[in-house]
Design a protein. Structure first.
Length: 341
């Protein structure tokens, strides 16, 4: 039979072990709680309690006005893309600058449209729920809703983004993929946002709607390498047609050209078919043919049914919409989208 002394020792050791176990468990729980706070996630229906009509207000506004200006659908999805590639999807692309140093002032964003449209939606939302819904979420929702209203695919838009307080012209230049980008640059800039080659191909598919200014690709027609030559990667017949009927000089900054000739108003596989024919407008379009992985994926999309592309596109759009978002206590909820509080 154990002595009283040994019994006390065993009890003490048992108690100590239990204490250590409890301490470890508490530390694990605390760590998980910390991680949960620092990696707050977007969620569906984020505004269900504090602004339950928010998403309906955005949808109703888009439904009312986009049919009168359907070209804005392409403009809004482009705005969403440009916003997410600089500081994440935080509405920083909307901020004005009096010194010409904001993202709006960067060359990639000089042709962006739809700022007034977002401002008007924000005003309606603010009237119902002041200081609750972020401009970043409004961009994401309006981009999706406008594509749906014009006959394109839908995708999940979890909300809870907060607005950034900074907007920098140089960051826009350094992060937004340009129409003159080669494959190496495209892969790097998408990779920096945790978007892979599949996402690159799918998100490029948004070029199936909308138009572009000649200035975004006229160097391919008139002065590709600086000696007055034409880009050999561009179909020569298509190039001749563009020169004769659209972009009649390298200095044309006003003429608009369909990115997907014949079906620019339809969200379909036309863009990929043009790329395979070497008729993508941009160097960045042609660059997708220079890599075996992206080229193979384009061929798979073209040979498959349209719903495959639409569902895959939806997944990539949701993935892009999560890039470097600000949630929790980060950033702010702007009262007016063009200025910080």
């Amino acid at each position: 039979m154990p002595s009283s002394s040994s019994s006390n020792t065993e009890e003490f050791e048992t108690f100590s072990k239990m204490g250590r176990v409890c301490f470890v468990r508490l530390m694990v729980l605390a760590l998980l709680g910390f991680l949960g706070c620092t990696h707050a996630q977007l969620q569906m229906n984020f505004y269900a309690k504090n602004c339950p009509k928010a998403e309906t207000i955005v949808l109703d506004y888009v439904r009312k006005h986009i049919p009168n200006a359907p070209s804005l659908a392409a403009a809004l999805i482009r705005m969403h893309f440009h916003d997410c590639f600089v500081r994440g999807c935080d509405g920083s692309v909307l901020l004005n600058s009096t010194t010409g140093t904001a993202e709006k002032d960067a060359p990639p964003n000089l042709t962006l449209r739809g700022f007034d449209f977002i401002d008007r939606i924000k005003a309606v939302v603010e009237a119902d729920c002041p200081g609750v819904v972020s401009c970043a979420d409004i961009i994401a929702l309006a981009a999706r809703d406008s594509i749906v209203i014009t006959g394109g695919p839908s995708w999940r838009v979890p909300t809870g983004r907060r607005d950034g307080r900074f907007s920098n012209r140089t960051e826009a230049i350094n992060n937004i993929p340009a129409p003159t980008s080669n494959f190496t640059t495209l892969q790097a800039r998408f990779g920096n946002k945790s978007l892979d080659l599949k996402d690159l191909v799918l998100l490029s598919g948004a070029h199936t709607i909308g138009v572009s200014h000649c200035s975004s690709f006229s160097n391919r027609l008139y002065n590709f390498t600086g000696v007055g030559d034409e880009d050999p990667a561009l179909d020569s017949e298509y190039a001749a047609n563009l020169k004769a009927n659209k972009c009649k000089s390298i200095n044309d900054n006003t003429t608009l050209v369909e990115m997907d000739p014949g079906s620019r108003k339809t969200f379909d596989l036309g863009y990929y078919k043009q790329v395979l024919k070497r008729r993508g407008l941009f160097q960045s379009d042609a660059a997708l043919r220079t890599n075996p992985t992206t080229l193979s994926y384009i061929r798979q999309l073209v040979s498959g049914p349209l719903p495959n592309f639409l569902s895959e596109f939806a997944l990539s759009m949701e993935k892009m919409g999560r890039v470097d978002v600000k949630t929790g206590s980060a950033g702010e909820i702007r009262k007016h989208c063009a200025v910080v509080n």
